[in-house]
Ligand binder design. Structure first.
Ligand SMILES: Cc1cc2nc3c(=O)[nH]c(=O)nc-3n(C[C@H](O)[C@H](O)[C@H](O)COP(=O)(O)OP(=O)(O)OC[C@H]3O[C@@H](n4cnc5c(N)ncnc54)[C@H](O)[C@@H]3O)c2cc1C
Length: 308
């Protein structure tokens, strides 16, 4: 829990300048698709670049840690929560500016489903893989989110960022270090917009491809409990889910966290799972897969915060 003196400093800053919403002592379980996580000291929702710049300058000057949150759909927050400021990008940065027929500059807080729906209306292809991936454009860039052969790196030409010192910049695709479920921006930099390019086809063709992707996603769409998508990255030449299933680990539990009975690479929250349960289940799975198959599974989800 933050010190009283820090609370006063936070409050003074926010009263003076900040346009967006600010919440204190916020349960992160309300801001993650896993529905798990202890409290963040502060959650601030910058409305624009001015807010974001002031906020980062304030955090840097005071030495307060900050964390950038998109939709929280790839995130596990530990049970003790996060000491510092969670910068929630999902309420500002909602602009989509179409430049030419096939190009758009898209705010980091825009949901992938919104971009896909505009692509469908405009008959633009190349983004259908995003069908069924929750979360925001900012989070999807940082994760190089993708499915069934498509990835963000194919449609992102570059990103506008705000650096730790408040400097604006543009990072082209070639410098984003895109790799499997990974991209790189300088430490502490925030993606504010992505420059995206699609391919002109027809609305019907886009609809057809979306339907195809939805059909392929049928299994996981039956997962009824809160989750964060794939827990582990797929190892080279294989599928994490298949390995986990082959070892009979589906249905394995730690507290209210369970390896999904539907898909081996999903861990679900049956109701009151804590981060500690998810982490011990992940350790159990990694251990078994390593011991019995010699494969090291790397987590795909991000884990932040402190233990209780
Ligand atoms: C049901 C379900 C299905 C899923 N299916 C898929 C799938 O098929 N393919 C796939 O790739 N993923 C999938 N995911 C995982 C997740 O949806 C994606 O990784 C998504 O892109 C994360 O976006 P987000 O906005 O929720 O990011 P968050 O989880 O909020 O953040 C992810 C990372 O991005 C950083 N970040 C977020 N916004 C910014 C920003 N503006 N600037 C800088 N850093 C930022 C965060 O700090 C964090 O490191 C699935 C998740 C669920 C729950």
């Amino acid at each position: 829990m933050r010190k009283k003196e820090e609370t006063v400093q936070y409050s003074l800053f926010f009263i003076q300048r900040f346009k967006g919403k600010v919440l204190f002592n916020v349960p992160m379980s309300e801001y993650t698709s896993f529905k798990i996580g202890g409290p963040a000291d502060v959650m601030a929702f910058p409305q624009d670049e001015g807010d974001l710049k002031d906020l980062i300058a304030f955090a840097e000057a005071k030495g307060f840690p900050f964390y950038i949150l998109g939709g929280g759909t790839n995130l596990l927050v530990r049970d003790g929560g996060f000491r510092g400021i969670v910068i929630n990008m999902s309420e500002g940065f909602k602009d989509i500016a179409w430049q030419e027929e096939t190009k758009a500059i898209v705010g980091a807080g825009v949901k992938l489903s919104e971009v896909l729906s505009q692509c469908r209306e405009r008959g633009l292809g190349g983004f259908e893989f995003a069908s069924g991936i929750p979360g925001t454009v900012g989070g999807a860039v940082l994760m190089n989110a993708g499915a069934y052969g498509g990835e963000m790196r194919e449609v992102v030409e570059g990103v506008e960022v705000l650096g730790k010192k408040g400097q604006k910049g543009f990072i082209p695709r070639s410098e984003l270090g895109f790799a499997y479920r990974k991209a790189e921006v300088p430490k502490g930099a925030v993606v504010v917009r992505a420059h995206m390019t699609f391919t002109k086809i027809t609305t019907d063709a886009v609809k057809e491809k979306i339907k195809e992707f939805k059909d392929r996603r049928k299994t996981t769409s039956h997962i009824a409990y809160p989750n964060a998508g794939s827990i582990f990255k797929n190892p080279e030449n294989g599928f994490a889910g298949r390995l986990i299933e082959e070892l009979g680990l589906k249905g394995e539990r730690a507290g209210d966290a369970q390896v999904s009975e539907v898909h081996g690479n999903y861990i679900v929250n049956l109701g009151n799972a804590r981060a500690k349960d998810v982490l011990s289940l992940m350790a159990l799975v990694r251990d078994r897969v390593y011991r019995e198959r010699g494969v090291v599974l790397e987590p795909e989800i991000k884990v932040i915060g402190e233990d209780l």
